[in-house]
Ligand binder design. Structure first.
Ligand code: GDP
Length: 537
């Protein structure tokens, strides 16, 4: 076992399951488009030797700027099946990197994926700082107190003041920072990073291409390397950083209050090794998951999993779907039977897809922390729990209030019933959310990313022969409404019928024209809670 893996071992006499679980690090990358997620992903995969996958990530990156039509969606979705989960091994650890779709394929899947990880890497463009998308994704992480490791990228270019960047993280995200490395030189004079914990400077040039590791020198030697560098100023700065930084505290990190910060350049494969090492050392192993009955420990030998994403095959001749399930406990092996708790029925897991990049010998098994793809014909829904027979449901795969709301217009009014069924299916699969106005008006659909609408339109046409158009509706916002006092809720609903709709579970949703209306209504609705996140039951 490697050094990293050894440091995480809690006791020498663990069961084989516990040993497998403790090797897992399941994480996602959160970032704003163009911060360098794709580039960093490629470099991380190179460390694990998953070079073929790295090529595919790139292919996706190159294509992503094209607006998707039917064929392109198909291609893009096809590729994202491959890139949904990327597994690589490094120094005895198994890293599961779950893809968080960005750019135009940003969708609710992006948010939901964050419910299936144990930690996240936040990539920040050094010239831009915290951007809108990063902040949103961070908020989703915070819902579950997911520990965050920060990678400040593009240090090879002009950046903002580094102290200011850290200050921004602390202030806007209410997240303490501990720099683990510190950049020496800036922009074109970026020479490398200082190891704040162990001392010594790692140089950008001369770092091995694969490892990014480090020709290590002492600060005094820097003067020989760059005439532009004021070595005494660098020394002063490093002294300040070392003295003034908050010490790294594992517990505060694990609770989501403190982030270790690494500096680097994904493009030049610099600092990526430090980041990966940090992930291995600090990121938690698969955590216990809450269910409606009990907390489920990852090392519990009974298999359990929940579905967080469903990928449809866009080929209309193949109605199969792949449900992505995160294993929460035990071991899943090919051919085993699982209980789908929602229906009480047993389903054979005859051909689950395992996502091992390297180690083929274990490709027929997955352990808590891993993600498996389960082919099915529409049986599985978002939020479904699979067990070895027990009756409990995992909680915490939420729905998120849509950012785009549209009314569905059917060109053939005779097919209204069929549309209703189709929309029900689509919302169960998490393609879009569907809201049925109480006043009987046509259904509204809500999404967080525009591509979801394209996918819905394409699938309704291909799978149900339903041509639909989307119209801008008078409503822009949707919030779930609830109250401890049932009477108050009923009164509120009765007074606002024309703005109330039911979601897929029949829970009431308040529709608002805009933020102003929403604020106005909220102020007057005493005892009513408006939420933009709802746990899927
Ligand atoms: P994504 O949208 O977050 O996946 O970003 P990409 O990985 O596609 O990167 C966006 C652009 O930034 C591309 O042109 C990359 O080549 C570039 N880029 C990524 N990382 C770095 C870096 O460390 N330094 C520089 N100079 N450019 C970078």
């Amino acid at each position: 076992m490697s050094d990293i893996a050894a440091t995480t071992a809690e006791s020498p006499a663990r069961s084989p399951l516990a040993a497998e679980v403790s090797r897992r690090r399941t994480f996602a990358i959160i970032s704003h488009p163009d911060a360098g997620k794709t580039t960093l992903t490629e470099k991380l995969l190179l460390f694990g030797g998953a070079i073929n996958l790295a090529g595919q990530v790139k292919a996706k990156g190159e294509r992503r700027n094209t607006r998707s039509d039917w064929m392109k969606i198909e291609r893009e979705r096809g590729i994202s099946v491959v890139t949904s989960v990327m597994t690589f091994e490094f120094e005895g650890l198994v890293f599961n990197l779950l893809d968080t779709p960005g750019h135009e394929d940003f969708s609710e899947d992006t948010y939901r994926t964050l419910t299936a990880v144990d930690s996240a890497v936040m990539v920040i463009d050094a010239a831009k700082g915290i951007e809108a998308r990063t902040r949103k994704l961070f908020e989703v992480c915070r819902l579950r107190d997911i520990p965050i490791i920060t990678f400040i990228n593009k240090m090879d270019r002009e950046s903002r003041d580094v102290f200011e960047l850290l200050d921004e993280i602390e202030k806007t995200l209410a997240l303490d920072t501990t720099p683990m490395t510190w950049p020496v030189g800036r922009g074109r004079d970026f020479l490398g990073t200082y190891d704040v914990v162990n001392g010594g400077v790692r140089l950008l040039e001369g770092g091995g291409a694969k490892t990014g590791a480090a020709q290590q020198i002492e600060i005094e030697e820097l003067a020989k390397l760059s005439a532009n560098l004021d070595v005494s100023a660098v020394k002063d700065e490093l002294e300040l950083v070392t003295e003034a930084s908050k010490p790294f505290e594992l517990e505060a990190f694990r609770e989501g209050h403190l982030t270790p910060v690494y500096f680097g350049s994904a493009l030049r494969n610099f600092g990526v090794g430090d980041l990966l090492e940090g992930l291995g050392k600090f990121a938690p192993e698969p955590r216990a998951q809450d269910s409606d009955q009990r907390k489920v420990e990852a090392t519990d030998p009974r298999m359990s999993a929940f579905v967080f994403k469903i990928q449809a095959n866009m080929d209309p001749n193949h109605r199969d779907r792949i449900a992505f399930a995160r294993l929460c406990s035990g071991k899943l092996s090919r051919g085993m039977k699982a209980k789908l708790v929602r229906t009480g029925k047993s389903m054979p897991l005859s051909s689950p897809q395992f996502f091992f990049a390297q180690d083929r010998s274990v490709a027929d098994e997955a352990f808590a922390g891993d993600v498996v793809g389960i082919p099915n014909h529409g049986t599985l829904r978002i939020g479904d729990t699979l067990t070895e027979g027990e009756d409990f449901n995992f909680v915490g795969v939420p729905s998120f209030a849509p950012e785009i709301v549209r009314r569905v217009r059917l060109t053939d009014a005779m097919k209204a019933k069929k549309l209703k069924e189709a929309l029900q299916q689509m919302s169960e699969e998490g393609v879009v959310q569907v809201f049925r106005p109480r006043d009987g008006a046509p259904a509204l659909v809500g999404v967080v990313g525009a591509l979801q609408l394209d996918v819905l339109k394409a699938r309704l046409e291909a799978e149900y022969s339903l041509p639909v158009e989307f119209e801008v509706s008078e409503f822009q916002l949707a919030r779930w409404v609830s109250s401890d006092d049932r009477k108050k809720l009923d009164t509120f609903i009765a007074a606002n019928t024309s703005s109330i709709a039911d979601d897929v579970d029949g829970d009431p949703v308040y529709l608002a024209r805009n933020e102003f209306y929403l604020g106005y209504t909220k102020e007057r609705a005493e005892g009513i809670e408006f939420t933009n996140v709802k746990d899927v039951k």
